[in-house]
Ligand binder design. Sequence first.
Ligand code: SME
Length: 145
Amino acid sequence: MKKEAISLLDKNYPLVSNLANLASFLYSSLPSINWVGFYLVDKKKGYLYLGPFMGPVACYMIPFNKGICGRSCRNKEVIIIDDVHLDKEHIACSSLTNSEMVIPIIKNNEVVALLDIDSPILSRFINKEENEELIDICKYLEGLF
Ligand code: SME
């Protein structure tokens, strides 16, 4: 999956186009997910705003102090939530979502965007190999910002 994802990306095209194709690719490649997409950082305004995604409509913006996405951004860390209903910070965009993974995209030591993946399956994100591949894809994405 990682190789295909990376070979899809092309620095000659705008960032938004690359993220859109990657969201589409991940949506069709990852089993048992109901949403995958990007939130981008607006440092001046102090929030994350919705970027390219696949799945049902989602929140336009997430303040840095809210949501799993906000926490991932503040702490510059990958977050895996086995049961979103047990996490008080979780922002529910779809009632179908039961587990979630958020990966920060870090450039020059600052978070520039996040990859957010939702699943209807509890504890969906337990496959370490797959998780590492997703983290590697996000590392590669730094070069596009
Ligand atoms: N669940 C996220 C919000 C974004 S949606 O999942 C698409 C959060 O808690 O930050």
